[in-house]
Every structure is written in structure tokens, then in C-alpha cells.
Design a protein around this ligand. Structure first.
Ligand code: VGL
Ligand code: ZN
Length: 207
């Protein structure tokens, strides 16, 4: 399938940061393989937004902030279930910077998320309480975008939540799987595919 890309399309590049790539603090298997694919795709878009996971060092999503807990355990936060992660994407650290191979000079906005200590933000649109907005929906509407094409890391967390929220905000949404990689905990990649499909997100193998 080919995507006809126009003025009302935005490419949303989610969290292509060192910590999500091999060698990083929360590595996604083969995560760096998306970099050349994303670069090539970005050349076809006039408009690109990048997201950057951007946590304070004592962020509540870090297992290290919960004595006795280990990474990948789940806790109940005031806003619901929260998986605990290894410390990652700490503000102003090398792990939080974009992968050095990412080459998208024409990106128009870098949206940072997860910067509030008490709450995680997988989605580029809402924090994990599903109600605190990041401002991205308003930005995209004001700019006149109708369709959001999503790529990046990780397919089953930040890409998934961003895609679901983009739909909920009324945008047409496409996820290009070839330009994503997942963490895949307990079948979370398959669950992501089913859930996105059922919500009307178009999943493409390759563009
Ligand atoms: C992500 C877990 C924690 C992601 C971010 O980018 O998918 N996952 N923080
Ligand atoms: Zn994070």
C-alpha cells in the first residue's frame, strides 16, 4: 500500500532516543533499526513532530523511586496501573537525546513528555491519567492537520497510546509498523495490533 502524503498530514516520530536503543537504559530490541526507515519516511513529509521522553531523575515511573520494587513490576498509581521502568530518558542526559543517526532537520516541533514527577506520559497527547493534555491536539488542530502518521518506539507503549489518543481526538491515524519496534511484555505487541485495529487505526507493514 502506498500513502499519498499531503499538506494535512503530520509525521509523529515517537521517542527515537538513545535509551530506547540497544545499549540504552530501556533498550527496545532492534530499536535503532527504525532510524534509517524513519529518516527516509520523514523526507516525504513536509511536516514532522518529534516526541522526547523527558523525565526528572526521581520520576515516579522509575522502579528506583519505589523501595523494594524492581523494573517491569506493576504498581497502582493514583491514576491507575503503572509499570515501573529502569531509570531512563533523564532530562539532559545522553540517554535522553535523540539517536545520533536521526536526521530530520525540518521537524517543526519537539514535544517533551513525562516531565511531571508524579505522572508518566506514554502518549504524546495525554499523560497516563488520560486527562492531562500535553497540548499536542490543540497544536495539530490549529495547524490544520487531519491525519497523524505515527512511527518510533516503543510500538506497544508510547506509539500505541499516542495512536489511541490521536483517534480519540478525532484525527485519522496510521501506524507504520516497519518504522516501529516493541518492548513486548506479556503479548503486548499483539494486544496493540488488535486494539489499534479495533479503534480504526490503519496499521501498515511498510509504506
Ligand atoms: C516508553 C516506557 C517508558 C516508550 C517511555 O517510549 O514507549 N516506554 N517510557
Ligand atoms: Zn519513560
Amino acid at each position: 500500500m502506498t500513502l499519498a502524503i499531503g499538506e494535512s498530514d503530520i509525521l509523529l516520530v515517537v521517542d527515537v532516543q538513545n535509551d530506547f536503543c540497544p545499549g540504552g537504559a530501556l533498550p527496545v530490541a532492534d530499536g535503532d533499526a527504525v532510524v534509517p526507515v524513519v529518516n527516509r519516511l520523514a523526507e516525504k513529509f513536509r511536516h514532522v513532530v518529534l516526541t522526547q521522553d523527558w523525565h526528572p531523575a526521581d520520576h515516579a515511573s522509575f522502579a528506583s523511586a519505589h523501595p523494594g520494587k524492581s523494573p517491569f513490576e506493576q504498581v497502582t498509581a493514583p491514576y491507575g496501573p503503572q509499570i515501573l521502568w529502569p531509570d531512563h530518558c533523564v532530562q539532559e542526559t545522553p540517554g535522553a537525546t535523540f539517536h545520533p543517526g536521526l536526521a530530520i532537520p525540518h521537524a517543526e516541533l519537539v514535544l517533551r513528555k513525562g516531565f511531571r514527577r508524579e505522572i508518566d506520559s506514554y502518549s504524546a497527547f495525554f499523560e497516563n491519567d488520560h486527562e492531562t493534555p500535553t497540548g499536542l491536539a490543540g497544536y495539530l488542530r490549529e495547524r490544520g492537520f487531519a491525519r497523524v502518521v505515527i512511527v518510533g518506539l516503543a510500538l506497544d507503549f508510547c506509539v500505541r497510546f499516542s495512536a489511541e489518543d490521536a483517534r480519540a481526538c478525532g484525527f485519522d491515524v496510521v501506524v507504520i509498523e516497519e518504522a516501529c519496534r516493541g518492548i513486548d511484555m506479556d503479548g503486548s505487541v499483539d494486544a496493540t495490533r488488535r486494539e489499534l485495529f479495533s479503534r480504526g487505526v490503519v496499521l501498515l507493514d511498510a509504506a
